[in-house]
Design a binder for this molecule. Structure first.
Ligand SMILES: *Cc1c(COP(=O)(O)O)cnc(C)c1O
Length: 407
């Protein structure tokens, strides 16, 4: 008899987006003439930079000729891309990362979800609340948690991000083995400071723990005092893996390209306490289960580092940041308190005592605007909503005008 992985039965959070979709569908049915504005989904809306399209097309044409055709590429990604990443994203910014330490992939979602399989079933894990649900769900699927009760899985240490701590994860006063951090955070839009990150690195070193640092939104950091990479912190290379993506940075959500940094110095331990190279383990995993990103896509990603590509990518991010500023201004004028939106495309709005689904329904019914209820990102998100800056300027302006008119 073919039996299922029973751990999948514990998953609960998948209701969020289907629940939103059904509420939106019902509203549209009752208000057929209303043009709904979606500020809910974490997906970009603007076209790929021209430089990426040109490089993409050129890569496709190379596949059309025997002389330039490429078959399987290196599992870690082509050197032309890894070398640019190492130089431009790290070494020029003071972080000593080598091209050999970069693993190009088809997404930070897969990498953040897959990484946990390198570790023992019985490690202790700390995950921020609220946060991107992938970290939690992938560990649930792997059987590292107990059942779900009152909005929490047994066996996970939740790092509560609430008003009292500036919506930033606090360092536990007991040891854990694996820590997920997301900065700039999805959904709160908050960024961990340099001192904060240094504290985490010190904690991980003391406890022989590992930090999985998701920097998918680093391109949105414009405040130069804030760290974009965990490797800007001394000593981080031994205790941290960093995930990055071209998805939100350069509009690659549908094109698929990302990368993960696993430094040579990074160590994990076996039963007897002997150290093992994490880099070699991830390399082993990827070469068995992954066959690389397509050649034209890697050429398109490489174009992000060209002169025009850099200008166009920066303009893309600035466009969304301007939307975020409009949302911040509108929320402030309405008297809401919020965080994020200054170094992030997300604004995390306090419902002021309202339940997050009530807040969601109010914006939908009153203004035809769709946001994301904070409860979908964890128990600490219950009184909040996430508003996303990923839409056209026109739609953001219209949405904020409508919200101001009803409130
Ligand atoms: C969007 C997002 C990602 C992932 O992206 P890919 O498109 O899979 O590269 C990773 N982490 C967070 C927090 C995100 O919001």
């Amino acid at each position: 008899m073919i039996k299922v992985n029973e751990h999948y039965n514990k998953l609960v959070s998948s209701y969020l987006f289907s629940d939103i979709a059904s509420r939106v569908a019902k509203y549209q049915q009752e208000n057929p003439d209303m043009e709904i504005i979606r500020l809910g989904i974490g997906d970009v809306t603007r076209a790929l930079p021209r430089a990426c399209i040109d490089a993409f097309k050129k890569g496709v044409e190379e596949m059309a000729l025997d002389a330039t055709f490429r078959g399987y590429g290196p599992e870690k990604g082509y050197a032309f891309l890894r070398e640019k990443i190492a130089l431009r994203d790290f070494r020029e910014k003071g972080a000593d990362i080598d091209a050999e330490e970069i693993f190009v992939s088809d997404g930070a979602k897969c990498d953040t979800a897959n990484f946990q399989e390198l570790f023992s079933r019985d490690i202790s894990i700390a995950i921020p609340d609220p946060v991107y649900p992938v970290y939690l769900d992938s560990n649930v699927m792997a059987g590292r948690t107990g059942s779900f009760e009152e909005g929490r899985y047994h066996g996970i240490h939740y790092l509560e991000c609430v008003g009292d701590n500036g919506f930033l994860p606090g360092i536990p006063d007991f040891p854990v083995d694996l820590i997920y951090l997301c900065s700039p955070n999805n959904p709160t839009g908050t960024v961990i400071t340099r001192e904060g990150l240094a504290g985490w690195v010190e904690y991980a070193r003391e406890n022989r723990a590992l930090i999985l640092f998701d920097a998918a939104y680093e391109a949105f950091i414009r405040d130069e005092s804030l760290p974009k990479s965990i490797y800007e912190i001394q000593g981080a290379k031994e205790v941290a893996v960093e995930f990055r993506s071209f998805s939100k940075t350069a509009g690659f959500t549908g094109t698929r390209c990302a990368y993960t940094v696993v430094p040579r110095e990074c160590r994990v331990f076996d039963e007897s306490g002997s150290s093992i190279s994490l880099h070699d383990l991830w390399n082993r995993r990827q070469s068995t289960k992954f066959n690389g990103v397509s050649y034209p896509v890697q050429r398109a990603a490489e174009a992000v580092y060209s002169e025009e590509g850099g200008i166009q990518t920066k303009a893309l991010v600035s466009y969304y940041l301007k939307n975020a500023e409009l949302i911040r201004t509108a929320m402030a004028e309405l008297g809401f308190s919020f965080v994020g939106g200054d170094n992030s495309p997300y604004i995390w709005v306090d419902g002021n005592g309202r339940d997050s689904w009530d807040f969601f329904d109010m914006l939908l019914a009153g203004a035809g605007v769709v946001c994301t209820p904070g409860a979908g990102f964890g128990r600490c998100g219950r009184g909040y909503i996430r508003i996303s800056a990923f839409n056209s300027r026109e739609n953001v302006e219209k949405a904020m005008q409508r919200v101001a008119d009803v409130l």
